[in-house]
Design a protein around this ligand. Structure first.
Ligand code: 2P0
Length: 322
């Protein structure tokens, strides 16, 4: 008898110290440590049920997602899993630099664990999520989250979401899927950028500073190191051959506005991932004027405001029928 369908939700996360590059080998281990915040307002809801054959749907459409197929093959090397129907819904643009694979794999492993009684704790789910997509390891946890070698490349919670309730404004400049997937881009950067060695060498220092900033709730220090990590990653991307060019005109316009706001005393800093969206991270209580200012920028389609969210968890309400 097949068991009942199980649904889990997970939130997307954004890295303030970025991951870009992998260690050699099969286990999807990052080449650098990273530190992220989990975003309450960007949610993936994933339902897993037994089926006659594997089928994966994202927002109702069947996808031939090789990342999910490869991940299921790894899971089946460890457990005897039946064929699965996976139905996943994002309430934000998919594959546009908003970390849909992060929330997607965190929700998937959480639902699969509960559906098949795998008995995984959060750390083990984080390791399995990482094998699907490294940033997904971090979405298993809420608040401020680290991912490093000391924890054997399972993510770990650093500070709870309500202990320092930063707010984030996401400025959406495009709903299109990104041109170069992250996995492909990282491999290309490692192979062709003359900046790659420096990127790897300098990551530990950024990571240590950011950890200190979070522990001390030092917004200015976190702002400085997060913007540095972001710009350094984009310098690495732009120095890749052919270049990884994720920004558009509205991205640059939004960055200029965040810089002006900060110069005028508003506690806000920016970060940008492998896509054209700008995330403005604000001290508690400051996202409203930042959202209003970014909403007026030419080329910005809309802005989302988010608090920090919790970790991946099972819920009663399934993903929409598909
Ligand atoms: C991050 N990004 O730390 C960085 C910053 C994008 C830019 O993690 O190959 O989808 O599946 O492990 O996790 C996006 O890469 O890559 C990412 P894979 P993933 O959030």
């Amino acid at each position: 008898m097949p068991g009942p369908p199980v649904t889990a939700i997970a939130h997307s996360n954004i890295a303030l110290v970025k991951y870009w590059g992998k260690r050699p080998g099969e286990d999807n281990v990052p080449a650098t440590p990273s530190l992220s915040i989990t975003l309450e307002a960007l949610t993936t809801r994933t339902t897993v049920r037994e089926a006659r054959a594997d089928v994966v749907r994202v927002n109702g459409e069947p996808v031939g997602d090789t990342k999910v197929a490869g991940w299921l093959a790894k899971m089946r090397a460890a457990w005897d899993l039946p064929p699965l129907a996976v139905s996943s819904h994002n309430d934000f643009p998919t594959s546009a630099g908003l970390a849909s694979s992060a929330s997607g794999f965190a929700a998937l492993v959480t639902a699969a664990d509960a559906a098949f009684g795998l008995g995984l704790d959060a750390t083990a789910r984080s390791v399995w999520a990482r094998r699907g997509s490294a940033s997904a390891a971090r979405s298993v946890f809420g608040g401020f989250v680290t991912l490093d070698a000391e924890a054997a490349w399972a993510a770990a919670p650093l500070l709870a979401e309500d202990a320092w309730p930063l707010e984030v404004v996401v400025a959406i400049t495009s709903d299109n899927a990104k041109a170069v997937p992250s996995t492909v881009g990282m491999e290309r950067s490692a192979r062709t950028s003359p900046f790659h060695d420096g990127w790897i060498r300098s990551a530990a220092e950024d990571y240590a500073s950011a950890r200190q900033a979070v522990k001390r709730r030092d917004f200015d220090l976190l702002a400085e190191v997060a913007e540095h990590s972001c710009l350094k990653m984009h310098a690495l991307m732009l120095s890749t051959r052919p270049p990884l060019w994720y920004w558009n005109e509205a991205t640059l316009a939004a960055l200029a506005v965040v810089r002006e706001l900060r110069a005028s005393g508003v506690p806000v800093f920016f970060t940008v991932d492998a896509g054209p969206q700008v995330k403005a991270v604000c001290a508690p209580g400051h996202s409203e004027p930042v959202g209003a200012a970014l909403g007026r920028v030419r080329g910005i389609r809309r802005v989302l405001r988010s608090g920090l969210g919790g970790g991946a968890r099972c819920v009663a309400e399934p993903a929409s029928p598909s």
